[in-house]
Design a protein. Structure first.
Length: 166
């Protein structure tokens, strides 16, 4: 299963091919994002987490998605400029993806299978759904769009401070 997660191909916001294996870390926070959403200000808290904990092993990965209310209409270049200008985003951002349906990106198919939503539903309901991956990919937790990123700080700190023998 670990090979499955870390072999998933990705395309960053600049069009460069990557894989999840390029972003292996003690904790990985994956978020489907949008620039015109009521939750868009969460970019600021995501950036704060990235700034505070990237040196200790946190990766924050943003995946723009236009599937919810067409709230991410821009091109990858426009999305990147918006995120940097308005929120100072410096964490890795990726090319726009779909998170639901037959064209859902393999990463989101994997994450939804590992951490279904309420009542076992695998669909992502809205922008800024968060997935926290830990234990070298063995644990995936899902958090609703209304969950503010900074409320995950304690969980992230616990993951980052656990030694491999704990």
């Amino acid at each position: 299963m670990l090979n499955q997660l870390f072999s998933i191909p990705l395309l960053n916001i600049h069009g460069e091919t990557k894989s999840m294996g390029d972003f292996m870390a003690k904790a990985i926070l994956v978020v489907n994002t949008a620039s015109e959403c009521g939750f868009t200000p969460q970019y600021q808290e995501l950036e704060q987490l990235w700034q505070r904990y990237s040196a200790q092993g946190l990766m924050v990965l943003g995946f723009p998605c236009n599937q919810f209310g067409q709230q991410e209409k821009g091109s990858n270049q426009e999305i990147e400029a918006f995120c940097q200008l308005n929120y100072g985003v410096s964490f890795p951002m990726f090319a726009k993806v779909e998170v639901n349906g037959s064209d859902a990106h393999p990463l989101f198919r994997y994450l939804k299978s590992q951490a279904p939503g309420l009542l076992g539903h695998q669909a992502i309901k809205w922008n800024f759904t968060k997935f926290l991956i830990s234990d070298e990919g063995r644990r995936v937790e899902r958090f609703a769009p209304v969950t503010k990123p900074l409320t995950l700080e304690d969980k992230i700190v616990r993951i980052l401070t656990v030694s491999p023998t704990d």
